[in-house]
Design a protein around this ligand. Sequence first.
Ligand SMILES: [Zn+2]
Length: 313
Amino acid sequence: MRHVQKKGKPKGKIQLEYIDIRSVLDEIGIDYRESGKNVGTGWIGVCCPFCGNDHGYHLGICLKSPVISCLKCGKIGNILTYFIEELGSFQKAITILGDSVPRELRSFEAEERERAITVELPENAKKEISVYHESYLEGRGYDHKELTEKFNLHFVGPTGGEWRNRIIVPVIKRYKLITFTSVSISDDSNLRYKHLSEEKSVIPIKDYLLGLEFTDGNSCILVEGLFDMMRIGDGAVCGFGVKITSEQKRLLSKFQTVVIAFDGDSAGRTSSENLANDLAPFCDCKIVDLPDGKDPDNLSKGDIKYIRRLIGK
Ligand SMILES: [Zn+2]
């Protein structure tokens, strides 16, 4: 197996020469220092919003390239990351940085569309696994106990209405159930994966990344499917298919490193390439080139190890 390193193209990078950092900071009323304790030459020091309670101007904003670096908490990233954190909004950050942010990134939807509705798992969904669900998971080579516990899986039997004979996978964000998806364990179902509808979800599944809570926040491995994610383990996130929505891209753009491990087919390869170009201004991307017909769920242990090592795991 091999992978391709995709460093951001200069064209797509945030163009620092168009930003007057000092006037941007003045405009939003942020106190900064140009010299003194914790402030290096060629840097501007601000209090670090990532630290929580920094009063010592530990976060450096570089004047030569669009990067930030905190001497206290160790946070590094690009300047947009800083403004998103400081202003609490992607849209505000993009607005303040203006034309220096590449067009494709400006079109990302800004605010999370969290709605005041409550998601409930299907009525017949149980925590107890049946022999059928168990043999489905074991048949795919999984330890059902481990998966059930980790993902809080629920199971619906043959009399469960629209969710019958399915494994229910809750999607949790900050302890809140935002939506769920499911996989059919019977061969006669014409829809193997079925998600809770957009209307009934707090956040639709295509606006989120399953597995996000098991990443370290610095790097992730993006895969197409649920089982690809489960196979790779902590650090893998699933976008459900190769079509990554702008909201999913926004979530990915927060990582320093994104490893894209789509299936070994033409759709997977084309999408990987396009996605890496979209993310290049924000993250380092690595594209894993899977052999034809392979997906992460059917890779050897050695290949999984290879992919995990790309995020330093
Ligand atoms: Zn910090």
